[in-house]
Design a protein around this ligand. Structure first.
Ligand SMILES: *Cc1c(COP(=O)(O)O)cnc(C)c1O
Length: 361
């Protein structure tokens, strides 16, 4: 095999090597059963064990309280943009959304199909360079929930703390789930597409407080009702078996590392390393306001677009790939999720220093 590169892709993103090699073996012959992972019935005891253990590991790592259900759904995080309001709102009901990036904006547009949506804060006019302090906005009394995207993947901003409010919180944690401890009990619902921090594309994890399951109106299609999946242990229909299996392996890997508190320390160190380079001169400019900086996605610019192009292509020749920023903001972005190594970050930091010296503005 050609040597693996440092893959800074925002998603699907790099996975732990040991997870990939183990999965490769199990695709051909699952646990010595003579049947490959993709060929096995989802009703088999072998797969039942996989999905049960995946749920148990997630419960343990996230410390999910007993009165929450864990669901493994399909349709990507984007399907949650409509499933959340479809199930939790209804005629004339209101919810509040913080507009802190592209994924928040898309969720707002979908929610408006189902209820009265207010947006008490938006940083859209300033190209989403920050997330708000709680003092900056007020949530309507009659709002059912406050929705926020915990980490804004494209703009590289992240909520350091969650609003301290008696409103139920709902959060899209697609790009920072399990990167730091979170008090699940403050949320009514948390969801995350797997392909950033949990595994491959194809499965979306939903953590939902049990009492909310009874809220869904009867005329919601069966597959789009949380209750359906909760009652059937995410096996109402064929689940994305292989994606769930990889999540299982990633969770085992994370537990082996010491869990969420340990990975948070490593994540902090990785992000600090890059932000220090950005802060040490005028050459690199971070997109995010300092107080809103993401530990998962570091978005930055160079003095000119030409230098950015050169930076991205030279980095690629050094085995540092996937550094191009999202098309909506341009520039560069280093996505450094849980599975991205500290050594890879150190390599990028060294390259950034060298590049700035060799290519004065
Ligand atoms: C990537 C991403 C999404 C979209 O995920 P899909 O699974 O492609 O629908 C939604 N929200 C956030 C925060 C993301 O990073």
């Amino acid at each position: 095999m050609k040597q693996r590169v440092c893959n800074f892709s925002a998603g699907p993103a790099t996975l732990p090597f040991e997870v990939l090699t183990r999965t490769a073996e199990d695709i051909v012959d699952f646990n010595g059963s003579g049947i490959g992972l993709m060929e096995m019935s989802h009703r088999s005891p072998e797969f039942q064990k996989v999905i049960d253990e995946t749920e148990n590991l997630l419960r343990e790592l996230m410390q999910i309280p007993d009165n929450y259900k864990v669901l493994f759904l399909q349709g990507g995080a984007s399907s949650q943009f409509f499933m959340v309001p479809m199930n939790l709102l209804g005629e004339g009901r209101k919810a509040s959304y913080l507009n802190t990036g592209t994924w928040a904006k898309k969720a707002i547009a979908e929610a408006r199909l189902f209820g009265d949506i207010e947006v008490p804060f938006s940083s859209e006019e300033q190209n989403y360079y920050r997330v708000p302090d709680q003092q900056e906005y007020q949530v309507a009394e009659n709002s059912e929930y406050l929705y926020l995207v915990s980490n804004n993947t494209i703009f590289g901003t992240q909520f350091k703390t969650f609003p301290d409010t008696d409103k139920m919180l709902v959060s899209d944690m697609s790009s920072d789930i399990l990167s730091r401890p979170v008090d699940v009990s403050r949320f009514g619902l948390i969801f995350a597409g797997a392909q950033k921090n949990l595994g491959p594309a194809g499965v979306t994890v939903v953590v939902i407080r049990e009492d909310l399951l009874s809220r869904s109106a009867d005329n919601i299609p069966t597959m789009l009702k949380y209750r359906t999946h909760a009652e059937k242990g995410s096996m109402f229909n064929t689940p994305p078996c292989i994606a769930i299996y990889v999540v299982y392996r990633v969770l085992k890997w994370l537990k082996g590392l010491g869990g969420v508190e340990e990975i948070q320390k490593i994540n902090l160190k990785k992000a600090d390393t890059l932000y220090q380079i950005i802060d040490q001169g005028d050459y690199y400019r971070g997109h995010a306001d300092r107080n809103s900086r993401s530990q998962m996605n570091v978005a930055f610019n160079l003095p000119t677009p030409d230098l950015e192009t050169k930076f991205i292509s030279e980095a690629a020749t050094q085995g540092l790939k996937g550094l191009k920023g999202h098309r909506s903001i341009g520039g560069c972005r280093a996505s450094i999720y849980n599975a991205f190594s500290l050594e890879g970050v150190d390599k990028l930091a060294a390259f950034m220093e060298r590049f700035a010296t060799d290519n004065p503005a």
